[in-house]
Design a protein around this ligand. Structure first.
Ligand code: GNR
Ligand code: NI
Length: 173
């Protein structure tokens, strides 16, 4: 039985905050307790992300302001990843990459965003163990998108204010 099946029956689908909700601008607090309630929130976030066909979700988006991210970049959507208290450094030899990003908090808008393409990533798992890696491909992009959420930053902040305002007005309708 994979993770999804095992926990499906007791998970809840959470409501995702939508831009321009000011709660998306809160800075998330560091996780200090690696307990059952952290695991439960992670399960609910994973379920919510799968239901909404997202590849990542930050706790901020479901109105929990702690440094927790869930992700699944696999084709079959059976390889969940959890990042607690993630931090990254942009590597000196980096260049940039552009990718058409979407965001579950900004539904219906996909925008080309440019980001550094080489980072050194450090995080904890749900048990509090520390990990370190230099990610490849989509993970590099997605984790930066998610860590931005924890800082109260959104994809639209990389666009012109004109474009951002246009998106804000459309979503408020
Ligand atoms: O589902 C998502 N797809 C996506 C595509 C490109 C870059 C980032 C992402 S993350 C997004 C889900 C989301 O809003 N996470 O915060
Ligand atoms: Ni997002």
């Amino acid at each position: 039985m994979d993770y999804k099946e095992k926990y499906y029956f007791m998970t809840q689908k959470l409501k995702i905050l939508q831009f321009p909700d000011p709660k998306l601008r809160k800075v998330a607090k560091k996780v200090t307790k690696f307990d059952k309630s952290l695991q439960n929130l992670a399960s609910d976030m994973l379920h919510t992300m799968y239901e909404e066909n997202g590849i990542g979700l930050a706790a901020t988006q479901v109105d929990h302001h702690i440094r927790l991210i869930v992700m699944d970049l696999s084709e079959k959507r059976n390889e969940p990843m959890f990042f607690v208290n993630p931090e990254y450094k942009i590597l000196d030899n980096h260049s940039t990459c552009s990718y058409e990003e979407g965001c579950l908090s900004i539904p219906g808008f996909n925008e080309e965003i440019t980001r550094p393409d080489k980072i050194d990533l450090k995080w904890q798992d749900l048990d509090g163990n520390t990990h370190n890696d230099k990610p490849k491909g989509l993970l590099t992009i997605c984790i930066q998108h998610e860590i931005d959420h924890l800082e109260g930053k959104l994809m639209v902040d990389y666009l012109s204010s004109l474009k951002r305002d246009r998106i804000r007005k459309k979503l408020l309708k």
